[in-house]
Write a protein that binds this ligand. Sequence first.
Ligand code: SF4
Length: 306
Amino acid sequence: MTKAPYNKFSEYLIKKYGRKIYKVPVNIPCGCPNRDGTKGTGGCIFCGDEAAGFETLEATVPIKEQIRQNMEYLGPRYGADGFIAYFQNYSNTYLDFSLFKKYIREAIVHNIVALYISTRPDCIFEQHAAFLKEISESHEVDVVVEMGLQSTNDKTLEFLNRRHTADDFFRSASMLKEYGLGVCAHMITDIPIENTEQIVMNARMLSQAGIEQVKCHSLYVLKETALGDMYVKGEIEMLECSEFIDRTIAFLRNLDKSIVVQRLMGRAPAERTLFCNFGRSWRAIVDEIESIMRRNDWQQGDLLTG
Ligand code: SF4
């Protein structure tokens, strides 16, 4: 298979672990301070009630059982024989600390090579980092903390109703790095109120922060969300697919080449979606991005100088 013109996750995993590795979702009963009133009640403008967990098993299913079922289903389907336990939904460090430790320990089973834990930048503290470092060392599993950031511009974060700042992200990223943990930033590359200059700035700031991974997606619109209401009322205009492609390429070309790109596009629950991936298949768009970059001999980080 031809190598991608950027540091693609699937290629990184094969190189690192020497075999096909796949992420299995783990759903725990945690919440989100941007939904329960601690930071806000409505959540981020794009977030549906089930947050990112529309493909996960119920949080009431024991962790080991969730992992077993998902391995059994996803392993043969994707030819994977090693797995990452991905704590995906809501803010996975936003729960009682003793419960957090219990759930993390339960996820250490045969064939799990890493734990990836998704949370908000204002919900992770030294107690989590110290515990995760100890787990990583004692069980020889990699640990990556994935934090939602979306943009490094505080005005954009306000628009998205994130209710944390870019500084919250960079402070937590630096703390996690001190504990030797991996850091991944979730980014949206086509927020309509931003422009390409801002996308370039996002990539450069993440590069300077020395994080290990990014995970991107295009802005999708779900029913019964604040963004959905804006969309239906015609208060927001989504970008064209070609603009998304241009911005994503600008992001990649300004991103340090050492940073692993988990993905460029996401998916949303079909039945609740008003707008997602420009009505095209995400795979076709990613193929187009890769082929434009190849054709022009562009690479991740090739615009980063000095
Ligand atoms: S922080 Fe995450 S879970 Fe909470 S409202 Fe925003 S996207 Fe949803």
